[in-house]
Ligand binder design. Structure first.
Ligand SMILES: C[S@@+](CC[C@H](N)C(=O)[O-])C[C@H]1O[C@@H](n2cnc3c(N)ncnc32)[C@H](O)[C@@H]1O
Length: 258
């Protein structure tokens, strides 16, 4: 289990803090995950995701996904209840207005650019070992991600930590003892043990009101990721969680209550 300690940093946009001298009756988080999910699954969000992918450099997967979005929108219109890492991060970044974002598994920068499109001044801490030919596609590394972020006018810090997250996260957190994050995405090592380890490393650094995003919870090749998500997040009362695990590859996100 993650080694949580008291967190004194909050995401102000979605937390309510009693004034000095007054009692803080409730946990500070004011929004449930369900409230944000409603904003991640609408027809407008699909159009936004299509536009976002159109600004990024293409690969086989992004071309497939653009067509999938367009087909879903045209066949099912506003009845289409679809979510993925892009639509979830669009909704979260819009609502939370993050100042600091950590991501394990950056690949070609799609998810960091999704956050940048809503919060261009956010500081980005990006961890990847740039596995070559990842999923059969080029995975060139920080230079491409930098070019992609420039397209979105990203002006915050860009800290790349190259290497295996199981070797890089611990020293990074040791060197940055007070750093906490508004949104954290875990989308790197997709083995059971690797995903557990990544989540356990990063979760104690999530601010109160902050969001954890976990991709591919119903990926046919990694079905156990749903168990990882359930054990570490869904079953933990400190989170309000929402999961889409029925179509696509699925995604889960949760907000920290305390
Ligand atoms: C699924 S892709 C990330 C996709 C990206 N989040 C997006 O939405 O476009 C996974 C990435 O994780 C990286 N990766 C896999 N195992 C890793 C590890 N142990 N440490 C660091 N990065 C890893 C791969 O190099 C790859 O770029």
């Amino acid at each position: 289990m993650p080694a949580y300690s008291t967190m004194d940093q909050y995401v102000e946009a979605i937390c309510y803090k009693a004034a000095v001298g007054q009692t803080q009756w409730y946990p500070p988080l004011m929004l449930s995950a369900e409230s944000i999910a409603q904003r991640a699954i609408g027809a407008d969000r699909i159009q936004e995701a299509i536009a976002l992918l159109g600004r990024l450099s293409h690969d086989d997967y992004s071309e497939y996904l653009s067509k999938y979005y367009q087909e879903g929108a045209s066949r099912f219109g506003s009845d289409w209840r679809y979510a993925d890492i892009v639509t979830v991060l669009l909704a979260l970044a819009e609502q939370l207005q993050p100042k600091s974002y950590l991501e394990i598994g950056v690949r070609r920068g799609r998810s960091v650019c999704t956050v940048a499109s809503k919060a261009p001044a956010c500081d980005f801490y990006m961890f990847d070992m740039w596995v070559s030919n990842y999923a059969g596609m080029e995975n060139p590394g920080p230079d491409l991600v930098t070019q992609e972020l420039d397209k979105f006018g990203h002006s915050g810090k860009r800290v790349f930590t190259d290497g295996n997250s199981h070797a890089t996260l611990k020293p990074f957190f040791k060197a940055n003892a007070n750093l906490a994050f508004d949104i954290i995405t875990v989308d790197g090592d997709h083995t059971y043990d690797g995903a557990v380890e990544d989540l356990c490393e990063v979760l104690p650094r999530l601010k109160v009101g902050g969001a954890i995003v976990f991709d591919d919870v119903c990926h046919p090749k990694h079905r156990y990721l749903q168990d990882v998500w359930n054990q570490l997040i869904e079953n933990d009362p400190r989170f309000t969680a929402w999961t889409c695990a029925d179509i696509g590859y699925g995604v889960g996100f949760a907000l920290r209550k305390w």
